[in-house]
Each structure stands twice: as C-alpha cells, then as structure tokens.
Design a protein around this ligand. Structure first.
Ligand code: 9Z3
Length: 319
C-alpha cells in the first residue's frame, strides 16, 4: 500500500488484459451492474460502488502460497449499511468471504451456540434463536430482508487480484451512464505488488532450493484511468492507509494532487475504527469517535458516510 506515481505501474491500464487474465464472468456482471445503475439512476437514486476487503496475490500458478493482507472488509460492509440508510443503491464489490453487510454483526459468533431445537422427536421440530446470543437479531434480519427485497444491494464477489481489477473497470464503465449520481468508495486494501503470470513458477516453490527471493511488479493504479477515462463525471473517494501517522496527511494530499479526484479518507492501521480524516482539495475534516460514542456502539462509518453524502450532494449541484 505504498505510494507510486502512475508511471511506475508495471502494466499500463490500457493493457490490463495482457497482464491480468480476464475473468470469464466479467461481461455478464458488467451488464448486471449497468442495468442496476440505469434502473436506480432513472428512479432518481444515487448509486455507490463500494470496494471492500483485501486481495491475495499468488506466488505459484498452481497456488500453494500467496501474499495476503490484513483487511477484514468491515469498513466496506458497515459503510454499505449506512449508504443504504441514506437512500443510495449499493454495488458491493467485495472479496469472497470478507465481511458482508448485516451478517458482519455476527461474524465473531458461533451460530450453533445461539440455536436450540425443540421438540426434537419428529420432523416438525423448530429451531429457535437465543436473542441474547445474537444481539438485535430481529431488527437486523428485518432490515436485511427489506434491503434484499428492495433490490437496492447488488453484491459482486472477487477472489483474485485480476478479478478485482477487471471488475472495477467494468463497474466504472457500467456506472458512467449516470454521471455525477455515481460515487466510488474505494475501501478495499488492494495489493500494490504482484508476480506476472509469465514470471510465475507453475509448481510449488521448493524449500529445498534454499531461501526465497521474489521480485514483484507494481500493480497498475486504477485510480488514474478511473478518474480520467472510465467515470470522469463521478464522485470518487479513495482511502489511504498508513502505519506511521506522521506521514498520513502528506500522503493523502499527494494522492489527491496526483489523481485529482474528490476526496481521500486517510486512516492509520491501529486507530482506523475511531479516527479518520476526510481530505479534499479545499478542506480537511477530522472524524473521531468519543468515549461516549464507543459506549453507544456508534461506528465511525456512520460519520464517514454522512460527511461524504453531503459532499456528494454539493458536488452534484455544482453540475
Ligand atoms: C482502507 O484504508 C480501509 O479503511 C481499511 C479498512 C482497509 C484500512 P478493514 O477492511 O480496514 O475494515 O479491516 N482501505 C484502503 C487501503 C489502501 O490500500 N489504500 C491504498 C494506499 O494506501 C490506496 S488505494 O496506498
């Protein structure tokens, strides 16, 4: 997640398909996203594309080992809920098995510990839920079902880095028809490095060959063609993650200067659940949860989404 200038990219965005295999489902998913965007755009709704979760980068083509990262997908999944609450239609481009809207609230719980069977004798046995083991389950389930039946949430999954890159491009093109009604909220933690297929060993790397040295290429920065070519009218938010807080804001500003999009949400790994800065070309908004907020289970994503929703509205008015 280091910074790189666009010209450092190993693969220029134009030849994405040469370096990253095109997933078979991409055209079909693209038309579903385009239909979703047009339907909601025509109904006067704004549409946000959220990217969420980490990526894994294989070291062998018959993959035994890969490089992964820390991202749980919680930022993306909880933000999706707040965007839905704010009236957006949401395309949720997430890594397979990362956290998912609503179910994320129960991710640390063993479901079987919250269920009991009664009576056990025949096939009419009912399974019931211990609501104290699944806090707010009734309200959450109602909200989940309402969102599902309203057709306001379109989940799209990726597993590999290649899938992520091609699906993001497809999503950008699919949303171009709704112009400034589209928001991109790029919260996924995408690897900056990869091994091109042509340089990857086919079989498992042998430890008998001794210590391993690998050389990786830079993943193309998708923000550049996204802002310039694929969705020039959209409201685009990237995220900047650092572990050293002293360089965070400078890096966020540098990203804004380089890509010229609308905002960067800057966060530090250890404090990301309680503190972020929304950096735009004119301003800097610090969003911080107080001790009282934390006691009341307020989530920082509620603040982030509220801040960006208002900024998006102003952006659309500027026309
Ligand atoms: C973020 O900074 C997200 O806020 C987190 C959320 C990944 C930290 P979790 O998924 O964590 O809730 O566990 N996302 C973007 C990170 C990133 O890779 N940014 C790139 C960079 O920093 C720019 S696109 O260079």
């Amino acid at each position: 997640m280091a910074d790189a200038k666009p010209q450092d990219s190993g693969a220029a965005e134009g030849n994405l398909a040469e370096e990253f295999a095109v997933p078979s489902q991409v055209e079909e998913v693209k038309s579903r996203m385009a239909e979703f965007a047009e339907r909601h755009g025509a109904a006067g709704r704004r549409v946000v594309l959220i990217t969420s979760g980490g990526t894994k980068v294989p070291l062998e083509s018959r993959t035994v080992r890969f490089l992964d990262n820390f991202s749980s997908g919680r930022r993306g999944a909880s933000s999706a809920e707040y965007f839905l609450d704010s009236g957006y239609a949401v395309i949720f481009l997430h890594r397979h098995r990362s956290l998912y809207p609503y179910t994320r609230l129960y991710s640390g719980i063993n479901l079987l510990d919250a269920l009991t069977v009664e009576p056990a004798e025949d096939r009419s046995a009912r399974v019931s839920v211990d609501q104290s083991a699944l806090p707010n389950i009734a309200a959450t389930l109602k909200r989940y079902q309402a969102v599902k039946s309203s057709g306001l949430l379109l989940p799209v999954e990726f597993s590999t880095l290649s899938e992520y890159l091609h699906l993001l491009k497809a999503a950008a093109q699919a949303l171009s028809s709704i112009g400034s009604k589209a928001m991109f909220y790029l919260a996924a933690a995408v690897s900056d490095f990869y091994i091109p297929a042509s340089e990857m060993p086919e079989h498992k790397i042998q430890s008998s060959n001794g210590p391993l040295q690998i050389s990786m290429k830079m993943v193309p920065k998708m923000l550049s063609p996204l802002v310039r070519d694929w969705a020039p009218g959209a409201f685009i938010i990237s995220f900047k993650l650092e572990t050293d807080s002293s360089i965070l804001l400078e890096r966020a500003r540098r990203a804004l200067d380089t890509y010229r999009h609308q905002a960067v949400v800057a966060n530090v790994l250890d404090t990301r659940r309680g503190y972020v800065v929304v950096v735009t070309c004119h301003a800097q908004h610090e969003l911080q949860l107080s001790d009282e907020d934390a006691l009341n289970n307020v989530e920082i994503e509620e603040r982030i989404v509220s801040n960006l929703e208002a900024a998006h509205r102003a952006f659309m008015l500027q026309g």
